[in-house]
Design a protein around this ligand. Structure first.
Ligand SMILES: Cc1cc2nc3c(=O)[nH]c(=O)nc-3n(C[C@H](O)[C@H](O)[C@H](O)COP(=O)(O)OP(=O)(O)OC[C@H]3O[C@@H](n4cnc5c(N)ncnc54)[C@H](O)[C@@H]3O)c2cc1C
Length: 291
């Protein structure tokens, strides 16, 4: 209740609903064991690939050069300020460097003596082809976070449903050497949980899945700041598994901060030194990282 109130205060179109209302707003979902749920009519999903390509195209149109297949191996510094980066294709001079390399930001910062409190964790995702009599190929179903079973579900094109895990931290993983597929056990587990959430999924066809890496910060919120040890060095890392939805705002905030030196009001919460100062962002209410 408190989380929904908090979101409403921020202008989010969300409301509490009873178990009986679930079948109206989210046909196909079970209401077994539900005491209370919340419903956001305006929420949906965006295609992550298309969105990323659109960001890249817009950046290119505005004059950015994107170097694919080029890894930064070192951030170059001189007299307390950054002067560029060393890459696998040679050095690039730059007065400003934004460290935004997901979990690989950690070793790049560490080489400068800066510790980023970020842990890579592995998160599996199962793909199920829905039975034809439920949410057929052209149909979609509601997106849900189902805290009963620690999963989220979302429809995908081609009659698919993706089932992911909301468990905060699964296992700390080496981001360069981890199981990128899903195991038989994981398929069985997430299929069973998905079918408890949407009973028709018991008749789905599992189509495999994949696992990705989250860059979990200590409080599961990003570090959006300059790294004061070196003039001109900025950090956008530790997005902790929810960086896609934050990305437009993060881009606007960082551009504003780098160009003006002024942080937009709410950005201060995501300062690098919050961990050292005991100002980690902790939820006032359980269930997720809100509050
Ligand atoms: C399974 C899964 C499901 C998710 N679901 C959601 C969701 O529903 N909603 C949501 O908001 N978020 C979700 N996320 C999280 C979201 O994908 C991330 O938070 C977001 O992509 C992080 O953005 P980023 O730019 O920090 O990192 P990335 O998108 O990983 O981009 C970092 C880039 O840096 C490059 N790079 C790394 N090292 C170097 C180097 N040394 N030199 C040059 N380039 C380098 C990488 O190749 C990459 O292109 C999910 C993540 C996973 C794994």
């Amino acid at each position: 209740r408190a989380n929904v109130g908090l979101q409403q205060e921020q202008g989010v179109n969300t409301r509490l609903i009873t178990a009986a209302e679930i079948s109206e707003v989210a046909p196909g979902y079970s209401s077994e064991g539900v005491t209370l749920a919340c419903y956001e009519p305006d929420t949906g999903v965006a295609d992550p690939m298309a969105t990323t390509h659109c960001f890249a195209k817009r950046a290119h149109d505005l004059g950015a050069t994107i170097l694919e297949g080029t890894a930064v191996t070192q951030i170059l510094t001189q007299n307390g300020r950054v002067v560029g980066v060393r890459t696998t294709q040679g050095d690039i001079q730059a007065p400003v460097v934004v460290l935004a390399a997901n979990v690989w930001s950690v070793p790049l910062a560490s080489a400068l003596g800066i510790a980023l409190p970020i842990t890579p964790t592995r998160h599996p995702m199962l793909a199920l082809r829905r039975p034809n009599d439920f949410g057929g190929r052209q149909e979609l179903h509601a997106v849900a976070v189902d805290l009963r079973y620690d999963i989220y579900l979302r429809p995908d094109i081609g009659g698919m449903t993706l089932v992911g895990s909301t468990a905060d931290v699964l296992t700390a993983s080496d981001p360069d050497h981890y199981a990128q597929g899903v195991s038989e056990e994981e398929i069985a587990h997430f299929w069973a949980m998905g079918a408890r959430s949407i009973p028709a999924l018991a008749r789905a066809v599992p189509r495999g899945g994949w696992a990705g890496i989250y860059d979990d910060s200590v409080d599961n919120h990003p570090i959006l700041d300059r790294l004061v040890a070196y003039e001109g060095l900025y950090c956008v890392a530790g997005l902790s598994g929810h960086g896609f939805k934050l990305s437009p705002l993060v881009g606007q905030w960082m551009a504003h901060y780098i160009l003006t030196g002024q942080k937009p009001a709410d950005m201060e919460h995501f300062a690098y030194d919050r961990f050292a100062q005991g100002k980690e962002i902790r939820p006032r209410y359980p269930s997720g990282v809100l509050g």
